[in-house]
Design a protein around this ligand. Structure first.
Ligand code: MN
Length: 139
C-alpha cells in the first residue's frame, strides 16, 4: 500500500486529507511542522509528500528545498497543499522543488487524481524496496 506523508500543522486539514487518502487506499503519516517533515521523509521514505507551505519551525518551501537537495529523499514527489493561491505562490512552490500543487479548499476529485498520478510516476516507484545485488552493477 503506498505511503503518503502529510506535513500539515492544522488538525482539521490533516484529518480531511487523511480521510481522503485512507478512502483511496493509502497509508498515511503525519508531520506537524517542516522540521518533522524533513526527518520523517528521510526515515520513512514515503511514496509521496503532501506539503503545507505555512508551517511552524521550518516552512514548507524550505522543507521542500531540503528534501529535494538530499540524495536520499530527492526522488520523493512533493505536492504543495496550500491556501496560498496568489499567482506567484504556485511558481514559488514549484521553484522550491514541488512536483505538483493543490490549493485549499480542495477540489476532491482533482486531489485524488493528482495524488494517484504523482505516485504512479515511473521514477518514484519501489524506492522503499531494499536494493537487490545484481550482476549489472559490476559492469
Ligand atoms: Mn499551515
Amino acid at each position: 500500500m503506498p505511503l503518503v506523508l502529510i506535513v500539515e500543522d492544522n488538525i482539521d486539514n490533516y484529518e480531511l486529507v487523511r480521510f481522503l487518502l485512507m478512502r483511496a487506499g493509502y497509508d498515511t503519516l503525519w508531520a506537524r511542522n517542516g522540521r518533522e517533515g524533513i526527518l520523517m521523509a528521510k526515515e520513512e521514505k514515503p511514496d509521496l509528500i503532501l506539503m503545507d507551505l505555512s508551517l511552524p519551525e521550518i516552512d514548507g518551501w524550505t522543507a521542500t528545498e531540503r528534501i529535494k537537495s538530499d540524495p536520499e529523499t530527492k526522488h520523493i514527489p512533493i505536492a504543495a497543499l496550500t491556501a496560498h493561491t496568489l499567482p506567484g505562490d504556485r511558481q514559488r512552490a514549484l521553484d522550491a522543488g514541488c512536483d505538483g500543487y493543490l490549493s485549499k479548499p480542495m477540489n476532491i476529485p482533482l486531489f485524488v487524481d493528482t495524488v494517484a498520478n504523482l505516485i504512479a510516476r515511473p521514477d518514484t516507484k519501489s524506492k522503499r524496496e531494499p536494493k537487490k545485488e545484481s550482476d549489472d552493477d559490476r559492469t
